[in-house]
Design a protein around this ligand. Structure first.
Ligand code: S3P
Length: 168
């Protein structure tokens, strides 16, 4: 397995709704390694939901928590780390992902991703035209996902099991 040959954790990046948490959780169970979801870590540590952090403290504050958490969790080699979709917006995070992890980009188009999003727990998409907002975000981020990742997996049409097999 990728993670046994190298002394680095696996990180999953990609747009909101692409399935990073689902895939990460499934892969970790299958490989019997630790699963870390950065958003969930932040929620645990602050006892606040991501939406509420955005609302009360703003995005910059959230990004700082995200960077700090990424830095902390990437020290555990035997783990799979699911990152928030915007983790690649900060250069310090891009460097960590590139140098300290085996970084996998789960890739799909914006429509696919939005279809998989349930509920209203994505504060950045709480706008009049979420599709337009998502397309703009995707456009501004795509080059970063590409630059940072060591492996790209097109997830459209693949089952969770198939995606895990590719990672493995
Ligand atoms: C964000 C993605 C979210 C979460 C926050 C911001 C983003 O994570 O970190 O709402 O900027 O794309 P998911 O990618 O798990 O939805």
């Amino acid at each position: 397995a990728i993670n046994q040959e190298q002394d680095k954790p696996i990180s999953l990046i990609g747009f909101m709704g692409v399935g990073k948490t689902t895939v990460g959780d499934a892969f970790a169970k299958q490989s019997k390694i630790k699963f870390i979801d950065i958003d969930q870590e932040i929620e645990k540590q602050t006892s606040q939901s991501i939406s509420s952090i955005f609302e009360t403290k703003g995005e910059d504050y959230f990004r700082s928590l995200e960077s700090k958490t990424l830095q902390d969790v990437t020290t555990n080699p035997s783990s799979v780390i699911s990152c928030g979709g915007g983790v690649i917006t900060r250069e310090e995070n891009r460097i960590i992902l590139q140098e300290k992890t085996i970084c996998i980009w789960l890739k799909a188009d914006v429509e696919y991703c939005l279809n998989q999003i349930e509920g209203n727990n994505r504060p950045l998409l709480e706008v009049n035209d979420p599709l337009k907002k998502a397309q703009d975000l995707y456009k501004s981020r795509e080059a970063f996902y590409k630059e940072v990742s060591h492996i790209v997996i097109n997830v459209k049409g693949k089952s969770i099991a198939q995606i895990c097999k590719i990672i493995n």
